[in-house]
Ligand binder design. Structure first.
Ligand SMILES: [Zn+2]
Length: 224
């Protein structure tokens, strides 16, 4: 598998700090399980954060370290937040999905009891374990070959990890293992582009915003 689309630096930093929403953290952990490049980046960030915590009381910081320190509020890197994160595991489970996702799956990918949203597009909401006050969703989404998702943007962040098949949108082609890290500025309309269903793991930390009259009618259907 050659992964071409990775976790954004800001998202990975928030994950390392333990400040990323739980639903988004599941997608990050699932990508990390199969992406050595992002694992390496996360390790570097963890090392840097650890060093900063040790150094803040004992030594003066270089300009570069001071800049880094501003992005990592001391006190944020707390054990309890870090323990909340999905476990660090690598590789695939025997059900064919990356390890951090396996515990939350109701069945193997071929046996998911999909719920139809609109013809050609179905979903399956996954359990979240974070605070009930935390907004956001975690779900599997299945798009039939050639089908187009309604055009939408985001009021918050949306992370999409491709588990099977592929899709194309304005940002490029996303295949199994690729992660789309989208913020509120991005308007997109993915189209499943192979002969097989495109199955994705999607997390949001706020509702999606559908554009266009018809798409807005779908808002309650998608419920996201
Ligand atoms: Zn990656």
């Amino acid at each position: 598998m050659s992964i071409r689309h990775h976790i954004g630096d800001d998202t990975l930093m928030a994950y390392v700090n333990g400040t990323l929403a739980e639903s988004l953290s599941v997608v990050v952990a699932t990508h990390l399980a199969i992406c050595p490049k992002c694992r390496k980046s996360a390790e570097l960030m963890e090392d840097m954060a650890g060093l900063l915590l040790m150094e803040t009381e004992t030594a003066s910081l270089s300009a570069a370290e001071e800049a880094m320190a501003e992005t990592i509020p001391v006190g944020v890197l707390q054990e309890d937040r870090i323990l909340d994160r999905p476990k660090k595991t690598q590789g695939y489970s025997n059900t064919g999905v990356p390890m951090p996702l396996a515990d939350r799956m109701p069945a193997a990918l071929d046996d998911i009891p999909w719920r139809t949203l609109i013809p050609g597009i179905s979903h399956y909401p996954l359990p979240r374990t974070g605070s009930s006050k935390e907004k956001g969703t975690l779900r599997l989404l299945k798009i039939a070959p050639g089908k187009t998702m309604p055009e939408h943007s985001h009021t918050g962040q949306e992370l999409t990890l491709i588990l099977r098949g592929s899709y194309i949108d304005d940002l490029g082609r996303f295949q199994a293992g690729d992660l789309a890290d989208l913020d509120s500025d991005t308007l997109h309309q993915p189209v499943a582009d192979t002969a097989e269903d495109c199955i994705c793991l999607i997390a949001t930390n706020a509702p999606l915003k559908f554009s266009g009259f018809f798409s807005r009618l779908l808002q309650p259907v998608f419920g996201i």
